[in-house]
Structure formats: structure tokens, C-alpha cells
Design a protein around this ligand. Structure first.
Ligand SMILES: [Zn+2]
Ligand SMILES: [Zn+2]
Length: 632
């Protein structure tokens, strides 16, 4: 392999013989150097800096196997070296990577000033610390994922090496570039597209439409891919929502065994949602298109990248994620294709406006020719109420409902809207705006999802980040009580409560259970704060449906009359409205030469594309699913 030779030569030119490099390995997009003398690398930090600079790669220094202390002894030493205050919650050893995985509340204390504590661990035990932040409340799913990845460490190492072999197998060549829409164009749900060059084929997102009524409308057009699915080079995932991630495990069921690039929170939140999806279908005696085994297989193949980390994913494709301010870890995708031949930005779902959860959307790119932009609220009539006004309206609704002894149901995506509403509600409480007798319950996947948020504070807005780091996480505030299925009857009967429950579009799960219990009583209120997909129960109720057939627990069906108060507050949306989409395109640097609209109902994608063409003079199109566009 030529590239590995080149890497070894570069390293040989920078580090002296005493460094005793025993092997150099390509691990996916990163480089690992195994050494019998780790100390020399720590005493001469410029070695790693120079290698990383010359090769434009992340470089990991690891100890040669012969230096690794017995794990039991090493653990004792580590516990002696790391200050108690770090609150270590888990230590695991990953021999294939010569790493010790340390989970703790305060990662900074395991790293130490200038990395001193970590260095001490390496010098004394041989093991290189890989440090994870523990969530401030226990998360079974997060623990499960971290253990799963460790258990399959040697398999993962092989996966990374195989991936590297493919990436560096040949030099990039001039060629054509084509984009094919496989789902999520002129609709919301099942987002999926293929980007191809002469040598590379990748998918961006591969979701399902949970609101669709038939299987044909639920899944992307994978049957339009005219080659065996295992010939795909990579899958790039923008964020965890099911309409973007939901069908990726099916690729693994079909035999795909290649990398899935995403941010770390996206990996964990996607796993949470995918397991939940399988679980909900099982409870309804329906079969999921894939099993938990396929999700676990997918997890092994996830290669996580931070925002703005440039990564080779093929000989002719370079990927960078950028903050999309939509949900935790959500990203816009920048692809640099064919040595500068073309630059594509896929906005994915973006919020170009204020949120309590996240810092602002990235709008600066090194280069940009084609932009694919979402259109969920892209129509000229889609103007959201300003955020402050929405919060005031929400407060008023809560106060009015509670005064009458009713309950407020907020069906919300477990990932995203639920946490945003938690921050809003917690803020009301701190300011004494809500009657302290009002209870707030979270039900469904929200608790796990919120816990995962506390493990990745660096992805949150600075103010929230600070609170999580000071162990004053708003998500685990005692304002919130976790409701179990057996509590639901009494919560509704007692009244004076706010219930945050998933799913967000009443397509199953806890929110539907509360809806059944609350709908007939006019003292209750349901507040829609997120997008309601076409065909979903949420959309039907929102559009004025007066009654629905309801299946009772004994299997009989009866008519459920919808008498409760219904409110829609669009100002909490994680999607940009028309004005924000316009501002996003106007402020993007550099200006795209072409725009494709997606992720919106047909009326919106078409109208928005026309608008961009006339307003900015940028050639814009609303392509349909199965259309292919030549980008170069
Ligand atoms: Zn989304
Ligand atoms: Zn979406």
C-alpha cells in the first residue's frame, strides 16, 4: 500500500530512532503510531504536531503491546493518579487500541493541566486514556453503546483498517459527479440521496417516513440503486432523527459493511431512536424492517467526527460536518469532491434562528458550488411567531389550563423539541412564573435522550454547557419527574400537570397513550410544538379531526371524541421558517452557484426554489425522488 509507505517515510523523517516506532497503522481517517518509547513523544510534542501537519491527519500515539501493564494493576494506578474529584464511573481496557476508556464526570481532571495527568497515566501504565464524559443522570443506552464498542474493539480496528485501505487504494481522478434523489425530495420523511463519481458511491442520510401509511411510501428508493449495496463506499448521516437515520440498519441487513460517518451524539441518539422504533412496532405487533442485531452491527461501523474536522472518506471525497443548530450533534454536510472539482453543502435540517439549546448555524464554507437546502417551512406563508412571543403564549396556555385543573400534553420528538421545551419550562419555574403545584412529567424516550445531552455539553449553547459542567443540568432539574406507564392514569386524573411525551407526531408511544386519556375532557390542552407529518395522527388532529376510532387495551374499538383544547406554537420549531431560510442563503459564504430544495412538501420545495431563483438569481430547482442531477 503506497500511502502507508508514504506515511511511514514522513514519520521516519520527523522522529529519531530512539522513538522506537514498532508499527504504524491507518485507522480509518486517522493514523496510529505504536511506540516502545511513548515518553519521547510527550517530551517532544512537535513530533506529533509536525506529522499531523504534513499528513493533514489526526495522529494517535499508542504504546507498544509490550509496555501495557496488567489491567488490574493499571486500574489501581490510574485511580491513584486521577484526583477523586474527577468522579470516575467506569474504567475499561481496550487492548487492540492500547487504550484505557475512562468515563467520569470531570474529564478535565483526567487530562490535567497541559495534559499532565494523562501523560502520567501513559508513562506509568502504558495505556493511553480515552476519556468520556459520564451523563449527569444514568443512561442505560449510552452505557450499552460504550460497552458494545469496547467489546468489539478488535473487530472495530479491522473495520477501520479496511476502511483506510479503500480510502487510499488509488489516487483521485478527474471524473463526472452525479447526485440522485432517493427520498425526501418534495416530501418530508425518508431523506436519502446518492452522490457518485466514476470511482466512489456514497449515500447521504437514509431515513424512513414514520407518518407514511404504506411501506412503499415509508422507505427510500433503494431499489433504484443498480449495484450490490455492499459496493457503497460510505454512508454519511446528518443527524439522529428517524427521517434521516431510520433505514440505515436495513443497509446492514442487506449486507452493507462499510463506514457510517456521523458525530458522536448522532451515533448515540440514533441508536436510542432506532431501538425505540423496533420496540414500539413490536408492542403494536408489527414487524420492523430490521432487527436490533442490525442496529448493533451499524454501531460497530460508525466513525465519529466533530464539527469542522476534515476527513477523507474516499480517494476523491473529503467530508466536513458543520453545526446545524437543529438537534444535538446535528450537522450540515460539506463534501469536497475530486480534488476541488466540486463542493457540495447539504444543509440537512437547520435552525437559522435563536434556540435555547444550540449555538448558531455555521454559514461559512471554504468553497461551495451546490447547496441542497431543506424546505420544511419554506413556503411564503410559513412565517413562525417570534420566539419570545411563542414563549409568552405557551406560558399563558399553561396558566389557563392549570387554573381549570387540566393537563397540558406536549407531544414532542424525544430528541430535540423535548429538550428545548424542558429548557423553556425550567426557565419559567426558576422565574416563578408557573404555579409551583404544577407537576411536570417526562415520559417515553425523553429521559434517556436528555441524559445523553449531558454527556456531550460541548455541543450545547455555551450557557447550557456551563450549567451541565457545573452539575446544575437543566435537564435533570427536580422540576421534572419521570413518569412510568402505570402512572399515566393518575397523572391525567389528578390534573394540573404538563406532560412532555414522545412520539412527536402521535405516531405511537407514550404521547398517544396520554392523548387517549386526555382528549375527551375539554379542560385539557394539547400543544403542538413540532412538525406534524402528512398522514400522521398529529396532523389529522391539528387539522380539525373531531373523532377517531381508538383501540382499547382489551382489543375492542370505540369512538374517541376530541374535545380538548388544541394549540399550535410554531416558534419552538427546530426548522427555519421562510424568512430564516432566506437569510441563511443570503448570508452563506461563499454564494452557491446552484440550489436544490428538499425536505418539504411539494408545494413548499417548488415555491422556495422559484423564490431563490428570482430573489438571488441563483439557478434553483425542486427535483423529485429518482431524479438524477449532474453536478459536473
Ligand atoms: Zn430533523
Ligand atoms: Zn428531517
Amino acid at each position: 500500500m503506497d500511502y502507508l509507505k508514504e506515511v511511514k517515510e514522513t514519520i521516519g523523517n520527523i522522529v529519531p530512532r530512539e522513538a522506537q516506532v514498532s508499527s504504524v497503522e491507518l485507522e480509518g481517517p486517522e493514523i496510529a503510531i505504536y511506540t516502545k518509547n511513548p515518553r519521547i513523544f510527550h517530551e517532544n510534542e512537535e513530533f506529533v504536531r509536525n506529522i499531523a501537519y504534513q499528513l493533514k491527519k489526526k495522529v494517535n500515539i499508542r504504546s507498544d503491546k509490550s509496555l501495557l501493564l496488567d489491567p488490574k494493576e493499571a486500574e489501581a494506578k490510574i485511580r491513584a493518579i486521577v484526583p477523586q474529584d474527577a468522579q470516575i464511573s467506569d474504567i475499561q481496557f481496550s487492548e487492540p487500541f492500547s487504550e484505557v476508556v475512562i468515563e467520569c464526570i470531570k474529564p478535565g481532571l483526567v487530562i490535567g493541566k497541559g495534559g499532565m495527568t494523562s501523560k502520567e497515566i501513559i508513562i506509568n501504565t502504558g495505556w493511553t486514556p480515552k476519556i468520556y464524559r459520564a451523563p449527569t443522570s444514568p443512561s442505560e443506552i449510552l452505557r450499552g453503546i460504550r460497552h458494545h464498542l469496547n467489546k468489539y474493539a478488535s473487530e472495530r480496528k479491522k473495520i477501520l483498517q479496511d476502511t483506510a485501505k479503500k480510502i487510499y487504494s488509488e489516487k483521485a481522478q478527474e471524473s463526472w459527479i452525479r447526485l440522485t434523489a432517493l427520498g425526501g425530495f418534495r416530501q418530508v420523511g425518508r431523506s436519502c440521496m446518492m452522490v457518485e463519481t466514476r470511482r466512489t458511491k456514497i449515500l447521504m442520510d437514509c431515513g424512513i417516513n414514520v407518518a407514511a401509511q404504506t411501506p412503499e411510501d415509508s422507505f427510500p428508493y433503494l431499489d433504484a440503486i443498480r449495484f450490490p449495496i455492499n459496493e457503497l463506499d460510505a454512508v454519511v448521516l446528518s443527524h439522529a432523527h428517524m427521517d434521516h437515520s431510520g433505514f440505515i440498519p436495513y443497509l446492514f441487513k442487506l449486507g452493507y459493511r462499510g463506514p457510517v460517518y456521523c458525530t458522536e451524539p448522532t451515533r448515540d441518539l440514533a441508536a436510542l431512536l432506532l431501538f425505540d422504533y423496533i420496540d414500539i412496532l413490536a408492542k403494536e405487533n408489527k414487524e420492523a424492517p430490521y432487527s436490533e442485531r442490525d442496529v448493533k452491527e451499524m454501531l460497530k461501523y460508525c466513525i465519529t467526527r466533530d464539527y469542522r474536522e476534515v476527513t477523507d472518506i474516499a480517494a476523491d471525497m473529503r467530508l466536513t460536518f458543520h453545526n446545524a443548530s437543529h438537534i444535538l450533534g446535528s450537522a450540515s454536510v460539506h463534501l469536497h469532491i475530486g480534488e476541488g472539482a466540486h463542493n457540495l453543502v447539504y444543509s440537512a435540517d437547520i435552525k437559522y434562528g435563536f434556540t435555547r439549546l444550540f449555538n448558531n448555524v455555521d454559514i461559512n464554507y471554504p468553497r461551495l458550488e451546490t447547496l441542497i437546502v431543506e424546505s420544511t417551512y419554506g413556503h411564503m406563508n410559513d412565517i413562525q411567531t417570534p420566539r419570545e412571543e411563542s414563549e409568552a403564549m405557551f406560558l399563558k396556555i399553561v396558566q389557563e389550563t392549570v387554573k381549570n385543573g387540566g393537563c397540558i400534553l406536549i407531544p414532542s420528538f424525544a430528541v430535540g423539541r423535548a429538550q428545548e421545551m424542558q429548557l423553556v419550562i425550567e426557565n419559567f419555574y426558576r422565574k416563578g412564573l408557573i404555579d409551583p403545584d404544577t407537576k411536570v412529567y417526562i415520559d417515553g424516550m425523553t429521559k434517556e435522550s436528555s441524559a445523553i445531552h449531558t454527556a456531550y455539553p460541548e455541543y450545547l449553547r455555551n450557557a447550557v454547557q456551563k450549567r451541565v459542567l457545573q452539575n446544575d443540568s437543566p435537564f435533570t432539574s427536580d422540576v421534572f419527574q419521570v413518569a412510568k406507564p402505570e402512572d399515566r392514569d393518575s397523572i391525567v386524573a389528578n390534573g394540573k400537570a404538563i406532560v412532555l411525551a414522545s412520539s412527536g407526531m402521535l405516531t405511537g408511544g407514550a404521547s398517544v397513550q396520554y392523548f387517549y386519556r386526555m382528549a375527551e375532557n375539554p379542560i385539557n390542552t394539547m400543544v403542538f410544538v413540532g412538525y406534524q407529518g402528512e398522514g400522521s395522527l398529529g396532523r389529522k388532529v391539528q387539522s380539525g379531526l373531531k373523532s377517531i376510532p381508538m383501540t382499547m387495551e382489551d382489543g375492542r374499538t370505540r369512538k374517541l371524541n376530541i374535545n380538548m383544547r388544541l394549540e399550535t406554537l410554531d416558534g419552538f420549531s427546530g426548522h427555519s421558517d421562510r424568512k430564516q431560510l432566506m437569510a441563511y442563503v443570503r448570508n452563506l459564504k461563499p454564494k452557491p452557484k446552484r440550489i436544490l430544495t428538499d425536505h418539504g412538501e411539494a408545494s413548499k420545495t417548488i415555491e422556495l426554489a422559484k423564490f431563490f431563483s428570482s430573489k438571488f438569481g441563483i439557478s434553483s430547482q425542486s427535483i423529485r425522488n429518482l431524479d438524477s442531477v449532474r453536478l459536473r
